[in-house]
Design a protein around this ligand. Sequence first.
Ligand code: BTN
Length: 221
Amino acid sequence: MSLVVHRLREVGSTQDEARRLLESGRAGPGHVFVADEQSEGRGRFGREWLSPAGGLYATFLVKRCPSIALVSGVAVIRALARFDVAACLKWPNDLLVGEKKLAGILIETTRHVALVGVGVNLLDAPLQTATCVRAAGGTARRGELVVAIGEELRKPRDVRGLLTAYRGCLSTLGRVVRIALANGGTIEGTAVDIDADGRLLIETEMGRRTVSSGECVHLRV
Ligand code: BTN
């Protein structure tokens, strides 16, 4: 089944456009919403996602599954690799080149569908802490990268294969990390592995901790 592409000029957020059409029954899994610019692009933890013209801003509708965060991270890494961009993942699914952010993924869900929002800096990096496909030596154009991500998202992967692929993409393992938790707390230690649900296992001075969500900072190797 081919991807149904909804091309939009300027929108608030592709997440909202996708949700609107999903809820009205006019879109479903296999559809993607791609905007030239977003005036209210959002990232994880309610942060703003700067979305000037020239970047890739897309929301893919996919059937909801428990491992969607891992599936999405691997899919975007694999899609970029097709265009000679060697990125890695900072847990759970920030895409980095070196330690600079190239792309981000925001996953929102309804009962049956996941809205996988992908933002990729293509020609410019909007922040000093970020990089872009052009600076990373990649050749990806927006349309072909959208199609590649859509194809990778729909590739069937069994759980074991997915975990292996995800571990292979993750640059967090073996690093000293600090995780800011939603409750305001932090955990610091060495990231040693992920479990079958993609939770991060951290060896701390107080013993091993398992973290299912939070903001991860790589402190040192
Ligand atoms: C993050 O790293 O915090 C996730 C950023 C996700 C940004 C994308 S751009 C397309 C989609 N629409 C949005 O408003 N956000 C996501």
